[in-house]
Design a protein around this ligand. Structure first.
Ligand code: FES
Length: 164
């Protein structure tokens, strides 16, 4: 279950430092790298806000990591009635925006932009998956992120994530 904030910050800082040192020198100016294998998709995965790890989605604006088959997704409680599901791997450098097995906190939801922000370099994606703010180091980067259909019943707190 989630680590305390101190551990999360330390782990995140360490991972970012490692990425900066290990990835950027291998590709000039941190150019795009191949996305790692992100695992098989399930056709559909039911969920409940009572499920372990999804309790945060009881609050509008909160995020949670969600296992959809072998794929980790980031779920966002966008509004009382709507949950949005993004692929958990950022298309920029293939880094995790949410890693359920390692308790890495998902990317940040920005309600003002109605968009999710990858915490690694700031790529920002709207709910259609379109990139609306790229990393400043790579102005040509415009890869979208996968968005997964979600059915959600706010009365029961239950729903299903489908594959596109
Ligand atoms: S991995 Fe670079 S912005 Fe997400």
């Amino acid at each position: 279950m989630p680590e305390d904030d101190g551990n999360l910050v330390s782990r995140r800082a360490a991972l970012k430092a490692l990425a900066a040192v290990s990835m950027c020198p291998l590709v000039s100016a941190c150019e795009f790298v191949e996305l790692r294998d992100v695992g098989e998709l399930a056709d559909e995965t039911p969920f409940s806000l009572d499920d372990p790890g999804l309790e945060s989605l009881s609050t509008v604006g909160e995020t949670a990591c969600f296992e959809h088959g072998a794929r980790d997704l980031v779920l966002v409680r966008k509004s009382e009635d709507e949950i949005v599901a993004f692929n958990g791997v950022c298309p920029h450098q293939g880094l995790d925006m949410g890693d359920c097995g390692n308790n890495i906190r998902p990317a940040i939801w920005d309600a003002d932009q109605d968009a999710i922000i990858c915490d690694w370099h700031g790529s920002t994606f709207n709910t259609d998956g379109e990139l609306i703010a790229p990393p400043t180091t790579e102005p040509g980067f415009d890869e979208p992120i996968e968005v997964f259909p979600v059915e959600f019943d706010p009365d029961t707190g239950e729903g299903t994530v489908f594959s596109p």
